[in-house]
Design a protein around this ligand. Structure first.
Ligand SMILES: [Zn+2]
Length: 292
C-alpha cells in the first residue's frame, strides 16, 4: 500500500439515532459492513478472530455515539490467557480503524479467563478517561461493552452487535444500542424488553433487514412514534502519517536503532492500523538517535 491520507470516500455504512416522541427511549443503529470488511481484509484475519474483531469495531462506533459527538473512543480487548489483543479506534469524523495482534503461537483470538476490555474516551487535546471491565466468563464482546455501559453510565442500556457471513464472506455487520431515558414509563419498558427478547441473534437480525440501519431503527421502534436525530456515515480509514509512525519508534532502544542503521540504508516502517509503508532514510534515523 502506498502512503495515503485519510480515506474519506462515501460509504453505505451509517449510524442513525432516534428518540421516541414519548421520551422513553433513545435508539442508535449502526450498519458497519464495509467498515468491518475493510478492517478484516487489512488485518488479514478470518473465522472467530474476525467475528470478535468485527463486533468490537461496531461496538466502539456505537459506544462513541452514546457520548458527546466530539469524543474519540478507543477499545482494547485482551484475549484469554494471552491469546492476543484487539484494538478499535473510532473518531468524531466517523473514521474508524483497528488492529489485531496475535502472538506467533496463537491462531485464533478467544475471550475467556483473563480477558479484559479497556475503554478510553478523549477529546482533541483533552484529558483521556479510561475504564477497564471484565466480560462475563464465556462472554462475548457485546457483553463486555454492555458491562461497560452499565458501570459507566447511569442509563439502562442494551447493546447488541453482529457479523453475518455467507460462505466465509462477510455479508453484513452492524448493531444497536437501546437506552432507557430517565423518566421512562414502566409499561413502555415492558414492551421494549419483550421486543428485545423476541429478536433473533444480531447476525440473523441483520440478514433479515438487509443490513439497513433505517430498517433496523424502524423494526426496533415498530408502532412507536419517534424522531430521527442524526444520520452519520462511518468508514474504515486511517489518519497516520510519517510523523506518527516515526513517533512510535521512540519506544525502540537506541541500540536497536543503531543496529538497524548498520544493516540497511533504508528502514521500512508500517502502520499497524492500515499497513501503509513508510520509508525512513539514514539521516532521519540518525537524527532520532542523536535526539534520544
Ligand atoms: Zn495508518
Amino acid at each position: 500500500m502506498d502512503e495515503s491520507s485519510e480515506n474519506n470516500s462515501p460509504t453505505r455504512d451509517r449510524v442513525l439515532r432516534g428518540i421516541t416522541i414519548d421520551d422513553n427511549f433513545r435508539v442508535i443503529c449502526a450498519t458497519t459492513s464495509e467498515l468491518v470488511r475493510g478492517a478484516i481484509a487489512t488485518q488479514g484475519i478470518d473465522g472467530e478472530t474476525a467475528q470478535h474483531f468485527g463486533n468490537l469495531m461496531t461496538g466502539t462506533v456505537l459506544i462513541r455515539q452514546t457520548m458527546s459527538p466530539d469524543y474519540r473512543v478507543q477499545s482494547v480487548m485482551k484475549g484469554a490467557g494471552g491469546r492476543g489483543t484487539l484494538v478499535a479506534d473510532s473518531h468524531p469524523s466517523g473514521m474508524t480503524r483497528g488492529i489485531v495482534e496475535l502472538p506467533s503461537d496463537v491462531d485464533t483470538f478467544k475471550i475467556g479467563q483473563g480477558s479484559a476490555l479497556q475503554m478510553m474516551r478523549s477529546m482533541a487535546k483533552g484529558k483521556m478517561f479510561r475504564s477497564v471491565v471484565e466480560p462475563p466468563p464465556g462472554g462475548t464482546v457485546a457483553q463486555g461493552l454492555m458491562t461497560y455501559l452499565q458501570e459507566s453510565e447511569q442509563i439502562v442500556s442494551v447493546i447488541r452487535t453482529g457479523v453475518a457471513w455467507r460462505n466465509g464472506e462477510l455479508l453484513h455487520a452492524g448493531g444497536f444500542v437501546v437506552q432507557l431515558l430517565p423518566d421512562a414509563e414502566r409499561g413502555a419498558l415492558m414492551i421494549m424488553t419483550e421486543r428485545l427478547e423476541a429478536l433473533p441473534p444480531a447476525d440473523e437480525f441483520l440478514a433479515e433487514i438487509g443490513g439497513s440501519a433505517k430498517r433496523m431503527l424502524d423494526e426496533l421502534l415498530y408502532g412507536i412514534e419517534y424522531a430521527q436525530l442524526d444520520d452519520q456515515s462511518v468508514h474504515h480509514g486511517c489518519n497516520c502519517s510519517r510523523e506518527t509512525v516515526v513517533g512510535a519508534l521512540a519506544t525502540v532502544s537506541p541500540d536497536e536503532i543503531k543496529k538497524m542503521l548498520e544493516e540497511d540504508e533504508i528502514i521500512e516502517l508500517s502502520c499497524d492500523y492500515c499497513k501503509t509503508n513508510y520509508q525512513l532514510g539514514h539521516a532521519q534515523l540518525s537524527g532520532m538517535l542523536e535526539s534520544s
